[in-house]
Write a protein that binds this ligand. Structure first.
Ligand code: SF4
Ligand code: SF4
Ligand code: SF4
Length: 750
């Protein structure tokens, strides 16, 4: 047993405990929770005159009030209550050993008085006993709290007895010098235990440890290092491996749906998620295979080369992509929980998995990388009109699936989903608005669990694929809703909570700058995508003499810049008003723009769906119906559905969505500012509020501008009337024999 530390305070405590250990008297150890009182108690016993006699620790926090007397002093059989058997207490049982009584501050007055008698006279009475029982057991009282808090709970007699034999342990924050030493010690212990060969802590990781506040003291440091030893790369612990569990705020307005056993059983059943994953794998294989097949083997003039005649294209771009952001807003990253792309990766990893540690560069880039991959994909998708051709769509799906499989085979857990997947940034950002979250119960995780099965995994489920620790999760962006932790946790430490929407935006003690900034970027990108649909751009494009590709690239950059630069300016002003760092201000207030970005996204998706996608889908269904009933090959007699939703209704819906998003963003701005400080709230949100107003005005102009889609004229129906009936008579629309729907490029997010 060794006491780790070189700080003056711990060296003094060590010296004093060695002196006290030589005497046979009781000692009181006071210190905040997690300061190492139990370690020092064992050291005290070891340095005492009877190190070979038993050392026993009992905690008053785990005993019922009526059990305390019996456990400490023993109990005589109670003649009045015949079921009560006699037993001896620890003071009698361990003879000349040491009894450490943890949470001694919880002893009631009566037990304290009995204990004081024993410490003075060396004897006590068992409960219901009349005879004096002698003992030489040495007592060590361990009490949690500050010196003043603890001493006011003790009776004067006991305080007097322990007056010169009381030792106070400092909180870890007062032992900065010891933090690296303790961290290295725990790292050696847990690396060995977990069979890892980790060389040590990087300089940045050590700096991060030293700069943290350590409310949970040494116990918290031990937990952080234990978790790091599970997720670290083989060589060094880097800051990204350090998972902190921030003190929880009051959990308000949350309902843990796992209190319902049926829901718990459903989510932990091994088949639930697997069935959904297999269904999705089947669908994505079909879609990717079909689009690739038509792209590669059908002639260029084949009807299936047309976007609207190709089932793979219709499902991918009209059904799948619009549903993604909606699913994230409703149920977090539930799509990731049942994702076929990751599922196929898992299948590949079953054949061979190298389980290499995550490359350090990925950890360092963290969320920035998924933002980067999203921007690349989004740019290329529109630039190359991937949504317009089956071959490009199939190839895109194949590349993403291939990358996922490659990463799954090479690296541990779901490295691709955590650090690379282009969809992770989008889904992660929108999932912050979700009304559902998976979180660890901090009280259970911190005090009752030393196993961390949720992170490590068990035979029931693998450890968290996202390298996350449920109790430290503060954002849905880092949870892919796979429920693995729920399956592997045997302490009921995982909760699936329903919570008020938007709450996550202002309840971040350390928001990610990358996530917040991406929210702002999305505001600009949605405006850009909608602008590209507008008549103005379409007309201008035709008159361009410079390369349209170059102009498009510039416009893409401009879309981003027009959101990020004003936001940077407003953050500079707001930070000056609150005396914060600009980057801190951006990280907090950028979160507030996510609802507006989502509104832009939904308005764009709604625009495309109500203007085009809906009719294309109905036309496809009509062709499929014709094929099934009359054998007419799909695309050989194109069907056209006449629009039945008036343009002004579309515009009204878009405006309402944007105003809704703007209101939500404004609420989030106010809540973030109020939560940070009650002072000068107006001054801090004014710059951001003005920028929000500017963004909303820009959105209203762009989203209500004419889009220049060629509207199909109503024509005499040529296709089978039965088709019209089958589609509810197209509700006033008409089905005609040829299509005038042009397929413009579809933005990836919509
Ligand atoms: S991050 Fe990407 S690959 Fe991974 S589960 Fe989510 S969508 Fe699928
Ligand atoms: S979620 Fe369960 S396994 Fe994980 S730390 Fe909490 S109690 Fe332990
Ligand atoms: S294991 Fe738990 S915390 Fe990790 S991604 Fe799955 S649901 Fe989220």
């Amino acid at each position: 047993m060794e006491i780790i530390g070189e700080s003056k305070k711990i060296l003094e405590a060590k010296k004093r405990i060695e002196e006290l250990a030589k005497e046979e008297k009781a000692v009181l150890l006071i210190g905040p929770t997690g300061t190492g009182k139990k370690t020092l108690a064992r050291y005290f016993h070891q340095k005492g005159p009877h190190p070979d006699f038993p050392y026993v620790e009992i905690s008053m926090a785990n005993l019922e009030e009526n059990q305390v007397g019996a456990v400490l002093f023993g109990i005589e059989p109670d003649p009045a209550a015949t079921h009560m058997k006699g037993q001896i207490g620890y003071l009698e049982m361990i003879e000349t050993g040491t009894l450490a009584i943890a949470h001694a501050e919880q002893l009631d007055v009566h037990q304290q008085s009995k204990l004081a008698t024993y410490l003075k006279a060396g004897w006590f009475h068992r409960v219901y006993g009349q005879q004096s029982v002698k003992s030489k057991t040495r007592v060590l009282l361990l009490a949690s709290g500050t010196e003043a808090e603890v001493l006011e709970k003790f009776i004067p007699e006991l305080k007097e007895l322990l007056r010169d034999r009381t030792l106070f342990l400092p909180p870890l924050i007062q032992r900065l010098k010891d933090i690296p030493l303790l961290a290295e010690h725990f790292l050696r212990t847990y690396s060995k235990k977990n069979g890892r060969k980790i060389g040590g802590l990087s300089r940045e990781a050590t700096e991060k440890l030293v700069s943290y506040g350590w409310p949970g003291n040494i116990k918290e440091l031990e937990n952080v290092i234990q978790r790091a030893s599970m997720v670290a790369s083989e060589d060094l612990i880097i800051p990204g491996d350090l998972i902190f569990v921030r003190p929880s705020e009051k959990e308000t307005h949350k309902i843990n749906i796992l209190r319902n056993e049926k829901i718990r059983n459903l989510l932990t059943h091994p088949a639930t998620m697997k069935l959904l994953i297999w269904f999705n794998i089947f669908m994505v294989t079909l879609m990717a295979g079909f689009t690739l097949y038509t792209g590669l083997f059908k002639p260029a003039d084949d009807p299936l080369q047309q976007y609207e005649n190709n089932l793979g294209m219709v499902i991918t771009w009209i059904v799948w992509f619009p549903i993604l952001p909606l699913s994230a807003v409703l149920v977090g990253r539930i799509w990731c929980g049942v994702c076929p792309i990751a599922g196929i990766g898992d299948l590949a990893a079953r054949v061979k998995k190298f389980n290499l540690p995550v490359p350090r560069i990925l950890k360092r880039m963290d969320f920035w990388l998924v933002i980067f991959t999203f921007l690349i994909l989004d740019y290329l998708e529109e630039f190359l009109d991937i949504a317009g051709t089956p071959l490009a769509t199939g190839t895109l799906l194949l590349i993403i699936i291939g990358l996922s499989a490659l990463f799954c085979v090479l690296y541990e857990r779901k490295t691709f989903c955590r650090y690379v997947c282009p969809l992770a940034g989008l889904l992660g950002t929108y999932s912050t608005l979700s009304m559902v979250e998976v979180r660890g119960n901090k009280r259970i995780c911190q005090t009752q669990c030393g196993q961390h099965h949720c992170l490590k995994g068990t035979e029931k489920a693998e450890g968290c694929p996202m390298f996350s620790y449920p109790a430290s999760l503060t954002t849905n962006a880092e949870c892919m809703m796979c429920f693995n932790c729920l399956k592997s946790c045997d302490q009921r430490g995982v909760q699936v909570n329903l919570r008020p929407p938007l709450q996550e935006l202002w309840r971040q003690s350390q928001p990610l700058l990358s996530l917040a900034l991406f929210g702002v970027m999305l505001v600009g990108l949605m405006a850009h995508h909608q602008f590209m649909e507008g008549t103005y751009w379409k007309v201008t494009k035709k008159t361009l003499e410079t390369s349209p590709g170059l102009v498009y690239t510039l416009l893409y950059g401009l879309g981003l810049a027009m959101a990020v630069i004003p936001f940077w300016l407003s953050s500079t002003l707001s930070a000056a008003a609150s005396r914060e760092k600009i980057s801190e201000n951006m990280a907090y207030y950028g979160m507030a723009f996510i609802p507006l970005a989502l509104a832009g996204h939904l308005a764009h998706v709604g625009h495309e769906f109500l203007d085009e996608g809906l009719y294309e889908m109905m036309a496809y269904l009509a062709m499929a119906y014709n094929y099934l009933t009359s054998g007419i090959a799909i695309g050989s007699e194109p069907v056209e559905i006449a629009p039945f939703i008036h343009g002004s209704i579309n515009t009204f819906i878009k405006v309402m969505i944007i105003l809704g998003g703007a209101t939500a963003s404004l609420i989030a701005l106010v809540m973030i500012a109020r939560r940070l400080s009650k002072r000068n709230v107006f001054g801090r949100i004014l710059p951001h509020g003005l920028i929000l107003l500017l963004f909303v005005a820009g959105y209203l102009v762009i989203f209500t501008a004419p889009t220049g889609k060629p509207k199909p004229a109503l024509k005499e129906p040529q296709a089978s009337l039965s088709v019209a009936k089958a589609l509810g008579g197209a509700q006033g629309g008409t089905i005609s024999g040829d299509s005038s729907f042009g397929k413009g490029g579809k933005a990836l997010p919509g």
